[in-house]
Design a binder for this molecule. Structure first.
Ligand code: SIN
Ligand code: CO
Length: 374
């Protein structure tokens, strides 16, 4: 997709990264000209009825907030239409709509490893999720309707105790704008904000991921646990008589410490872990293998005609020469150009593919990781 120069309001991607990314908000009027959204409310409500879809319904009551998790049926929305102010949030729209996936690709000046998903919110007039902050960067792109955003660089990020949603106790707006279709607001992490629908409106959130140190270290240890193969066993031929048989003696601690110190890792282990971890599908994500898979020859003929693309749920990344797809390393020698193009652009023309690559693509197709069509 050609770069839309208006997406960042006329500044270059380098300038955006230097001056705004993780630093300060950026309001862009008409970031996507003629954008009115990717899905209409009725189709969104239907999507929110699917049990694999992560959907939340937030209701603002006279006293406090109410949060429900999907799946929802039509009646959930109808009942709420009569009176209470509510908003419906649906995650991973990019998995369900090709236009959602295409929208995310406009943001690929940020590495894919940082990308999380495309969320959409539908709100009745007055609806919103309250003043809060997020731990992640977000681009808030207005679809149909209008939303008033108030934002604040405040340091006080104390949340209301016991609320089902993360709501700031003391929000003091410093700036505000009304965003209409195609307008966009970028917010760095931990920037307080509050978006209120002025009319029936939908807002698209392009969200990023940034794991905490605790999360990444814990997951790395899980990875190491599967990987280590250590020799030896505890031994004590020089065992001395202990005064207290219940005591864990110093010699035992020393020897065990030396055993544990054999667990070692280097940068290559970290890179391999990241390739797997960052491409691992989220637990609720399912792939849909083709119902009646084509045989290899037919697949190859179709692929050559139409190209292939990653399934919308697929995540593919690489480090040095090693590629990863959906949590697994790709064991394919060579084929670097094709794999790189597939990882970067999510699609490739297979006319130059050799048999080895075509067979790998076929396996990915049978698993539902890849689909035919450019
Ligand atoms: C919304 O779209 O209503 C909420 C998005 C956000 O504040 O992060
Ligand atoms: Co937010």
């Amino acid at each position: 997709m050609p770069m839309n120069k208006q997406l960042l309001g006329g500044i270059s991607r380098d300038e955006f990264l230097r001056d705004y990314w993780q630093k300060q908000p950026l309001l862009v009027r008409n970031a996507i000209p003629e954008f009115t959204g990717l899905i209409d409310p009725a189709a969104l409500f239907e999507l929110a009825g699917n049990e694999d879809v992560e959907a939340r319904l937030v209701r603002q009551k006279t006293k406090g907030w109410d949060l429900q998790h999907g799946p929802f049926d039509e009646s959930d929305f109808k009942a709420k239409r009569g009176g209470a102010v509510w908003t419906l949030l649906v995650q991973e729209l990019n998995h369900y709509l090709p236009s959602g996936e295409a929208l995310l690709q406009q943001f690929d000046f940020i590495p894919h490893a940082r990308l999380d998903d495309l969320m959409v919110s539908y709100a009745v007039p007055g609806g919103g999720v309250g003043p809060h902050f997020d731990s992640y960067d977000v681009f808030l792109l207005q679809g149909h309707g209008h939303r008033r955003w108030q934002i604040s660089a405040q340091d006080d990020l104390t949340l209301i105790d016991g609320a089902p949603l993360r709501i700031l106790q003391n929000f003091e707006a410093e700036q505000e704008w009304v965003l209409g279709p195609g307008d966009m607001l970028y917010l760095p992490p931990r920037y307080a904000h509050d978006g209120v629908a002025l009319d029936e409106c939908m807002t698209y959130s392009i969200g990023f991921r940034a794991p905490t140190t605790q999360e990444i270290a814990t997951q790395f240890l899980v990875y190491m646990q599967d990987k280590i193969e250590l020799e030896g066993r505890y031994q004590d031929p020089d065992l001395a008589l202990q005064v207290h048989p219940a005591e864990i003696g110093a010699a035992m601690v020393d020897q065990m410490a030396a055993m544990i110190a054999q667990v070692q890792w280097g940068r290559a282990d970290v890179a391999d872990f990241l390739g797997r971890y960052l491409t691992e599908p989220k637990p609720h994500v399912y792939f849909q293998p083709p119902q009646r898979a084509l045989g290899f020859e037919k697949f190859a003929a179709q692929a050559n005609k139409k190209g292939v693309r990653l399934a919308p749920q697929s995540r593919m990344l690489f480090h040095a020469d090693q590629y990863y797809l959906n949590g697994e390393p790709v064991t394919l020698a060579g084929c670097r150009d094709a794999l790189q193009a597939l990882a970067d652009t999510r699609q490739i023309n297979t006319s130059m593919a050799d048999d080895v690559l075509m067979e790998w693509l076929y396996d990915a197709y049978v698993d539902g990781y890849l689909i035919i069509g450019g």
